[in-house]
Design a protein around this ligand. Structure first.
Ligand code: MN
Length: 496
């Protein structure tokens, strides 16, 4: 993401009220925009726009929003009554994310002074109902947030929606490079790439693995040495009995892959990548440490050709960009269970490729054989992950449509360290509990690969899915299996 996105703040009114009222409307809305920007609760700036009064003006403003590449969304509220038929043409043409901010300039009724003039000037309670009606009638996807504009909690909800809006706008810029096909015979990593481009805007292209391998072999020894030095200064080295020189050579292979892959991705303007351990061409190792570092830099990744996960990881990294004290976003895979009562959970890992952004504490480099494939022992970063709540998401292709499954999970530490496990891990219990969470996930058709983050909410991801026009189902503390299965049945009818 290289744009400094902005959001247009537009109040609706009409010209029946006279100049004095319209001057107040403009002054109030300007003050609100300024204070929202000064609050520190919005990750992106709001830009005040002149009050929208007429059909022509609304249409013109919305078309300007459409063509302004830095505009990631339009925020509308009606300070007064604004007859909604004057919005129809503009709304029909608007193609930016839309927030209906249902608010009011004053917090409290001014009991001693209130008269009919005040009532006419401050009537969002009914003006916004008129406006909401037409948006609903037109079937336009939008977010509605109600609340007092100066309340920090309300401001934070606007800020949270801004991240979703940026995800909606940026989704159509996501380009995934496949350097291998999906793993043979695997179902859940497959999907309709044409439909994904229609629905999400994702461009998913394949390159022969040896084309990117050539970019790796073109990396100079000096560049590789410099990056290996950086690794050695940044991470702990766990030789575990291996020869120091041989170990360093293995690490250097990953440094070459990191540099070569990144150059290739940048040159061709891709933001996400998939690999496959069974299709490595002339690469000496499965990209491990290299992919982990690229994910940390913001690239999406999916293993075994899983381009849907690669795009989702990229999307979620975009949506969480710049969050203060972010805890991280990664591809993960459900590996093995702890079924012991009192500490149930799913051990999350992958062969190698877990993003160090989710790491807690020191990160080490290990070299170990892969138990699959035919290449030399790859170097990888090993760590455990942060404690806290996150969401695991799985986008599946059901044949005639996509479904996004979102599970709230509580990440914790395993009861004991696992010294013989040469991979990075996370460990979580899905809500509402392991048994019900796993049952719901399986009924929904969720995959074993997930795009996981600590930094986004269920609301943000369901709003994104709504904007994409796809089904989203949530597994959380409120999930019970009978209702969940009924929801899946009803959705089957609704999303046909
Ligand atoms: Mn896998």
């Amino acid at each position: 993401m290289d744009k400094n996105y902005k959001f247009w703040f537009c109040a609706g009114s009409q010209d029946l009220y006279g100049d004095a009222v319209l001057e107040h409307v403009a002054a109030h809305t300007k003050e609100m925009a300024e204070k929202l920007n000064a609050s520190g609760n919005l990750p992106f700036e709001v830009v005040w726009k002149p009050t929208l009064l007429t059909n022509e003006h609304i249409r013109k403003t919305f078309n300007e929003a459409n063509t302004d590449e830095t505009c990631a969304g339009v925020i509308v509220w009606c300070h007064t009554f604004s007859p909604a038929k004057s919005w129809i043409i503009g709304l029909r043409e608007l193609n930016k994310p839309l927030l209906h901010f249902h608010t009011q300039y004053n917090e409290e009724i001014p009991y001693d002074e209130i008269d009919m003039d005040f009532m006419n000037e401050n009537q969002a309670a009914h003006g916004d109902r008129e406006w909401g009606h037409i948006v609903t009638r037109m079937g336009i996807e939008r977010k509605v947030i109600a609340g007092y504009w100066a309340d920090p909690e309300v401001q934070k909800r606007i800020g949270s929606w801004q991240r979703t809006a940026v995800g909606i706008v940026e989704s159509s810029h996501i380009r995934v490079m496949r350097v291998a096909d999906n793993m043979r015979n695997v179902a859940v990593t497959e999907g309709d790439k044409v439909e994904a481009q229609i629905k999400f805007g994702w461009e998913v292209d394949t390159y022969p693995v040896n084309e990117i391998a050539e970019a790796v072999s073109a990396v100079s020894q000096a560049d590789i040495n410099a990056l290996v030095d950086e690794y050695y200064s940044k991470y702990e080295i766990l030789l575990e009995g291996r020869d120091e020189k041989e170990f360093r050579e293995h690490v250097a292979v990953q440094a070459g892959i990191e540099i070569g892959f990144e150059r290739f991705l940048k040159e061709k303007n891709y933001h996400a990548i998939v690999t496959h351990f069974g299709d490595l061409g002339s690469l000496k190792q499965l990209p491990g440490l290299a992919i982990q570092r690229l994910m940390e830099k913001g690239y999406g990744f999916g293993a075994e050709g899983d381009w849907k996960v690669a795009a989702m990881v990229r999307l979620m990294k975009i949506m969480s960009t710049g969050i203060k004290d972010a805890k991280g976003t990664s591809m993960l895979e459900d590996y093995t269970y702890n079924l012991k009562a009192g500490d149930r959970g799913i051990l999350q890992s992958h062969m190698l490729e877990v993003c160090p952004s989710i790491a807690d504490g020191p990160i080490s480099i290990k070299c170990q054989p892969l138990s699959m494939g035919d290449r030399e022992d790859p170097a990888r970063l090993v760590f455990t992950s942060k404690v806290g709540t996150g969401i695991a998401t799985s986008l599946v292709d059901l044949g005639h449509r996509f479904r996004l499954i979102i599970n709230v999970v509580d990440c914790k530490k395993t009861a004991k360290p696992m010294p013989k496990l040469p991979t990075a891990t996370n460990y979580w219990e899905p809500r509402p509990n392991l048994y019900t969470g796993a049952e719901a996930w399986i009924y929904a058709g969720g995959a074993h690969h997930t795009a996981f983050t600590y930094d986004l909410s269920v609301e943000q991801m369901t709003d994104w899915a709504d904007a994409m026009g796809i089904e989203a189902v949530v597994i959380d503390e409120n999930t019970d299996i009978r209702s969940f299965r009924n929801e899946l049945r009803w959705n089957e009818a609704s999303f046909r």
